[in-house]
Ligand binder design. Structure first.
Ligand code: AHR
Length: 659
């Protein structure tokens, strides 16, 4: 049972069944058909959608603390402050070697005759944890003389909280690094490099990483954020987006081949969300330190199926809608073939050998591939057809994911849904960002879907409390409750819906472009929203088979504000009942388990609730709404409980005997 106690601080309360009903209130009777599983639930059912939006990668999950480490932003000075520099005194020059180094053309050339210092302010400052080790590294080439580098970590108030020394020698480019311990914690520290001595030196790739990244990997990921993802036990990881797959125009599309290999050779790209009108973020670029190799590795770490999405020759249809001509699709198709080889190919294949050189000779066992992100219209299907034909022929083992565009209904959706009947994708990606009411009202959406056609990947969804796209949206409890209700509908239809993921996943509290988001973080800490806990409760109680749960013979889909689904975990034998109440009052419920098995006399109820529909979690109050565990008495095959106002309750019942 410990596995199911979802929060360290969760209260364990004992409820006596005899005392829970108010006089005169008759309980709602639900029955679970526990001995007749309806169909398997795919291990992929609940997963993650990662996109580099809201500083999710650079400035977020990717643990690099230096912004513009290789001076490749359009303004090489972005993020850097050079002490004592003026128009007529420029000890630091940015030299462009583009002819020899097309992916990393710029370096900083520093002429030292007295001390020259340059400071990097990080991504809205650098989050430093006192007592933790940090690794400073840089590439350097000494052109003349003898130059030493004093490295200082400074708190926001200027106090020194760490230091190290580097002494580059020789004119050939070499990497220099040192590890030092930070003396104290600071959310907005900065890094100062002072060049001393006499001579001229060139530097590049100035980097500061915590040593304690996820799995202590160099060039790694922020451990606290990955832990939050791991706690979700995701069945899949869809990456790298989202609109960044498409780009505002095709020249800005995501190209996976530019994101692998040595990090200094990964060519940076403006982030598509950089100039998003509602919250422009002019310093938002993709360094691709977190690239396709790292996404595959992360999927493996999380035990999640990797689900890469590729550009299909279409730029974002909300922006330029630029198209690659049909006769120019060759490189896009080749990217798909090469990606499969990179992920799964033998180590003596061209791309399999790149994977092996990067440190992963074993294949990543990629099974799914998305063709385009959120595309729609005839241009999409012309292009999709080429991908499907080629990939079905060359790689019939790869399950293809197609798209229905950005909306859950309407002409664009209908057009795509109609076209899709002519094709053969395994999964079709549906997206919906809508009001909480929409989620409550659409809980039966998939009840009538064709059982003999493609499966559904609910690849992006979130309830928005203001209007869709408004920066005023917040992860308030009503949005999470609506998603919880809706997820009972996804689960009841898990023969059709085999993958689902909330979107977007991550957001920096100072650098976001889109709300709501599942996990929020600042430079030092992170918290799960109520929506996060809804995802987590479903994911960690996913079961292996669907069970029927009924009220007077009918599915529980919103009458009297109640929603329900139920699953069996065949491995543990657990019967899991998920109940959502959108009632303002407590609701008494009697659950009868129809089974030949004996049941253990105690069950667990994990409750996520708040009587305040506008309540939220935050950096200062991260546990305002978190799951709380209770014990319930089981009398024979029945249990009784009161559902909290506005609540999601997950009941786990252990059989004491096998059938
Ligand atoms: O999740 C944010 C955006 O919403 C995604 O990039 C896109 O696919 C959708 O429009």
């Amino acid at each position: 049972m410990n596995r199911k106690i979802l929060h360290g601080s969760a209260l364990i309360l004992c409820l006596s069944a005899a005392s829970i009903f108010s006089i005169g209130q008759s309980p709602v009777s639900l029955s679970v058909d526990a001995d007749r599983p309806l169909h398997p639930i795919q291990p992929t059912m609940w997963g993650l959608f990662f996109e580099d939006i809201n500083f999710a990668a650079d400035g977020g999950l990717y643990a690099e603390l230096v912004k513009n480490r290789s001076f490749e932003f359009p303004n090489p000075r972005e993020g850097w402050m050079i002490e004592g520099s003026s128009l007529f005194h420029t000890p630091v020059l940015f030299v462009n070697r583009s002819e020899e180094e097309s992916s990393n053309p710029r370096v900083a050339r520093i002429r030292v005759d007295s001390t020259v210092c340059m400071m990097n302010s990080g991504f809205r400052g650098m989050g430093i944890h006192g007592g933790d080790p940090y690794r400073i590294s840089l590439l350097a080439s000494v052109l003349t003389g003898d130059v030493k580098i004093e490295v200082k970590l400074q708190a926001e108030d200027g106090a020194e909280i760490g230091n190290a020394g580097l002494h580059p020698t020789g004119s050939s480019w070499q990497k220099y690094e040192a590890v030092f311990t930070a003396g104290s914690t600071d959310p907005k520290a900065n890094l100062k490099l002072c060049f001393e001595g006499n001579g001229t030196i060139e530097v590049d790739m100035i980097s500061l990483f915590p040593v304690h990244t996820w799995m202590e990997r160099p060039n790694g990921l922020r451990a606290d954020l990955v832990q939050l993802l791991a706690d979700l036990e995701p069945g899949f990881l869809r990456f790298p987006g989202g609109c960044i797959v498409e780009g505002r125009d095709l020249s800005k599309r995501y190209r996976w081949k530019n994101t692998i290999g040595n990090i200094e050779d990964r060519k940076i790209l403006i982030n598509r969300w950089n100039d998003e009108n509602s919250r422009a973020t002019p310093d938002y670029f993709q360094s691709f330190g977190l690239g396709f190799y790292e996404f595959f590795l992360l999927s493996e770490d999380l035990g999640a199926e990797p689900v890469p999405i590729l550009n299909c020759g279409m730029a974002c249809q909300f922006n330029t809608a630029e198209l690659a001509a049909m006769e120019d699709l060759g490189p896009y198709l080749q990217d798909a073939l090469d990606l499969i080889e990179f992920a799964n190919g033998p180590t003596d294949s061209r791309w399999g050998s790149v994977r092996a050189e990067m440190g992963h000779p074993e294949p990543f066992h990629m099974k799914y591939l998305g063709i385009g992100n959120e595309q729609w219209g005839p241009q999409y299907f012309e292009r999709y057809a080429l991908f499907e034909e080629l990939l079905n022929k060359e790689h019939p083992e790869i399950e293809l994911i197609s798209s229905t565009g950005p909306f859950a209904s309407g002409p664009g959706f209908e057009y795509n849904a109609g076209q899709l009947k002519k094709f053969n994708p395994t999964l079709v990606d549906e997206h919906y960002y809508n009001t909480p009411d929409w989620f409550f009202e659409n809980v039966k959406r998939y009840d009538t879907y064709d059982r003999d056609s493609y499966k559904i990947f609910a690849g992006e969804y979130a309830a928005a409390n203001v209007r869709m796209g408004s920066p005023e949206n917040r992860n308030v409890w009503i949005t999470a409750l609506a998603e919880a209700a809706y997820m009972t509908g996804l689960e009841r239809n898990s023969d059709v819906v085999t993958m689902a993921s909330y979107a977007p996943l991550l957001a920096h509290t100072e650098a976001w472009q889109w709300t709501p988001d599942l996990i929020w973080f600042d430079n030092l800490s992170a918290y799960g929203t109520p929506n996060y806990y809804v995802q987590k409760l479903n994911s960690t109680h996913r079961g292996t088979h669907l069970l029927g749960i009924h009220r007077e013979g009918e599915d529980v889909t919103g009458a009297d504000g109640l929603y329900a689904s139920s699953v069996l975990d065949e491995t543990s034998g657990e019967i899991i009942v998920k109940l959502v109440s959108k009632n303002e009052q407590r609701v008494p419920v009697r659950v009868s388990i129809e089974t030949e098995r004996e049941l253990s006399p105690t069950a667990t109820a994990t409750v996520l609730s708040s009587s305040d529909l506008s309540a939220m979690n935050s950096i200062v109050e991260p546990k305002n709404i978190v799951p709380v565990n209770h014990f319930l008495d089981v009398k024979g095959k029945n249990l009784e409980l009161q559902l909290d106002p506005y609540s999601l309750t997950i009941i786990t019942i252990n059989p004491s005997s096998r059938p």
